[in-house]
Write a protein that binds this ligand. Structure first.
Ligand code: FES
Ligand SMILES: [Fe+2]
Length: 372
């Protein structure tokens, strides 16, 4: 099995948008060869349907929401939240002065996907329904999103490459070399690698330029002269299909994956600066702390966008090299990469196995019914 052509395990929740992107105006999002239309109803609940009108296959995201139903832009057919066609504006017309034979609404239904809004993002599940009902799969938790002690920044990664190249980039902290001019971290040395069925944890000894222990330390994000190199632990965690990392006590970063297809990956990188060190701040009224959190949102934007830009260039070149020089060997010495590739392959196999178990179970159920 070639990791660069591995599918994703659909039996996980994936992120397709930020909460703020979804309004009562329908939008298109994509996840693993699926085009999905998302919209909010009048109560603010989000719905996700297959983005194809059942009349002529045009995208429903071109349409609008009318009384909580999705109205196609082309001929105005309407579909409710369950995907059922509920209205056609020109049903039963009088042709040549005669009403046509009674026309009924077509008995059709658009696929509706499980969607939830969770910690500032919209998550979609395209996997096996029964697994979802067993409630063992949940979106990744991002407690810092709401917590008043954390200042967030989001940067979108959109790269023309297989998702394995992106997660390998995020797990291999020796690539601090690339980001030297952004002074994020340096001198990483892998000291621990722990692999379980569900995750891979890599711990690096590293040096960081940031120490957010005084309120004015946040200015380090803007002014390099306030930064001082010091030792910190750099932890990276691949909790398939997403990623979480911490740099000392001050920074937590998440990468939420949205693989579009085999050579296109979107992801949301979320950076949190911790204000945990400021005890006096915690005694202030909640509204004021919320005000600070909102005001400082996006403080790490320049740094984060800069890092993403540099990474994307490398990742896309890897993809191109893979396409062009399929037979050329490459060499790797960081053991986290091997662990990541193994995990990706295992996840594909788990999905296949689940499907087979499901088939077996259905067979048993059907036989049981026949024998009754
Ligand atoms: S294509 Fe959607 S209503 Fe005709
Ligand atoms: Fe990077």
């Amino acid at each position: 099995m070639d990791v660069r052509t591995c599918e994703i395990n659909l039996n996980h929740w994936y992120v397709v948008a930020q909460s703020t992107e979804v309004t009562t105006k329908p939008i298109e999002v994509q996840l693993w060869y699926h085009s999905i239309v998302l919209y909010r109803d009048s109560e603010g609940k989000i719905h996700g349907l297959d983005n194809r009108c059942l009349h002529r296959q045009v995208k429903l995201s071109e349409g609008k929401v009318v009384e909580n139903a999705l109205e196609c832009a082309y001929h105005g057919w309407q579909f409710n939240q369950q995907g059922i066609c509920t209205f056609i504006p020109y049903l039963n017309p009088a042709v040549n002065g005669r009403v046509l034979e009674h026309q009924a609404l077509p008995n059709c239904k658009i696929d509706v996907y499980p969607v939830q809004e969770w910690d500032g993002f919209i998550w979609v599940f395209l996997g096996d329904q029964q697994l979802l009902e067993s409630e063992t799969v949940k979106p990744m938790s991002i407690p810092e999103w709401e917590h008043l002690n954390y200042i967030g920044t989001v940067s979108v990664i959109d790269c023309q490459a297989h998702f394995s190249f992106l997660i390998e980039n995020l797990m291999d902290m020796y690539h601090g070399h690339l980001h030297n001019d952004y002074q994020a971290w340096t001198e990483a040395k892998l000291k621990e690698l722990v692999t379980t069925k569900k995750e891979i944890k890599g711990v690096y000894d590293a040096k960081s330029y940031y120490k957010i222990d005084k309120i004015w330390s946040i200015s380090q994000l803007f002014f390099p002269r306030f930064r001082a190199l010091h030792s910190e632990l750099l932890m990276v965690n691949y909790c398939y299909p997403h990623w979480r990392s911490t740099l000392g006590k001050y920074f937590t970063i998440y990468c939420l994956f949205c693989p579009i297809n085999l050579t296109h990956t979107k992801a949301y990188l979320i950076h949190f600066t911790s204000l945990n060190a400021f005890h006096r701040l915690h005694k202030l009224p909640r509204w004021f702390r919320q005000f600070i959190k909102d005001k400082l949102y996006g403080t790490a934007q320049t740094m984060l966008d800069g890092l993403v830009k540099q990474d994307i260039i490398m990742i896309e070149q890897e993809q191109q090299a893979y396409i062009q020089q399929l037979k050329k060997p490459t060499y790797e010495i960081n053991p986290t990469i091997g662990a990541v590739q193994k995990m990706i392959k295992q996840q594909v196999q788990t999905r296949i196995k689940n499907k087979n178990v499901q088939k077996e179970q259905n067979k048993i159920n059907n036989n049981g019914m026949i024998n009754q």
